[in-house]
Design a protein around this ligand. Structure first.
Ligand code: SIN
Length: 282
């Protein structure tokens, strides 16, 4: 397949997600192709490539076309590749990672722009990933809610992940770093962020990492946050991707949340994830 073949883009649903055909991401891509891929990411929040055969080095090279790679501060890395995170569930593991609606690493002061997840081994069925469009989530909130939230901030923390390192590591093959716990990562972000590239507003809160609304206790914040979590996961904002070996998903962490479905007990799934550096939400 020529690296510069013009891309075909097929939307997955009416709300987000598109499959891209005509790109072999193991090969150098022209500036025009990279620009078109980036535009598709902005247009669809998450894009998917199928039948890719890439080495960890090629995964890295493709990621770097979109920005610097961020090392995950909390999870162990693939041996020999500090900037690639293994997302592995062995057949005898009970738990996966990412089985709550979230935006990756929002507990960082500068959370990542996006993540690229590559499927190395997948079950015959099950293990889909769901994505939700946070522009739509914001656009469809009732006006009084918008007025209450716009301009407010919320604290995001990694304590959901790191408060029970040993317990979590016991049931999962993607391991948290043994020293992940002592230093809590805490960041204050706008509840409604303006996307740096599209200029559109999107909701930016998520169940595992958003701790409390600034100026309110966690208990006072939770009824509001829970209402937002319920809203952001409405089916009409989402798409669902069925993986095959060689599929790669690239999602925009600024405008999309995702959810890894743990419905493949007894089956093995192995993915590699890279993460692209972002800018401070505003
Ligand atoms: C993640 O949250 O990055 C994991 C997604 C998945 O395994 O589908």
């Amino acid at each position: 397949m020529p690296a510069d073949a013009s891309l075909q883009i097929k939307p997955l649903t009416g709300s987000c997600g598109a499959e891209i055909f005509g790109a072999d991401i193991s090969q150098p891509l022209s500036e025009g192709t990279v620009r078109n891929i980036r535009q598709a990411l902005l247009d669809y929040n998450v894009i998917f490539f199928r039948d890719q055969d890439i080495t960890p080095e090629q995964h890295r090279s493709f990621t770097k076309l979109f920005g610097d790679i961020v090392v995950n501060p909390v999870y162990d890395h693939v041996p020999g590749y500090p900037d690639i995170m293994p997302v592995i569930k062995e057949a005898n593991d009970k738990y996966n990672i990412g089985d709550t609606w979230h935006s990756d690493m929002s507990y960082m002061e500068i959370p990542p722009l996006g993540s690229l997840l590559y499927a190395r081994e997948v079950p015959e069925f099950g293990g889909d990933t769901l994505f939700s469009n946070m522009y739509l989530a914001w656009d469809t909130l009732p006006e009084p809610m918008k007025q209450m939230l716009d301009g407010r901030n919320a604290y995001h923390s990694d304590r959901y992940l790191t408060s029970r390192v040993a317990e979590r590591n016991a049931g999962r093959s993607s391991k948290l770093k043994a020293d992940a716990q002592p230093s809590e990562r805490l960041a204050l972000h706008p509840i409604v962020r303006t996307h740096e590239e599209t200029g559109r507003k999107c909701l930016y809160v998520n169940f595992p990492f958003t701790w409390a609304i600034e100026g309110m206790s966690r208990e006072e914040s939770l009824p509001i946050l829970n209402q937002l979590y319920q809203h952001t996961s409405r089916p009409e904002f989402t798409c669902r991707f069925r993986w095959q070996k060689g599929s790669l998903a690239f999602w925009d962490n600024r405008s999309a949340m995702h959810y890894a479905c743990n419905d493949y007990q007894g089956k093995r799934r192995e993915m590699h994830r890279t993460t692209v550096a972002g800018t401070a939400p505003r």
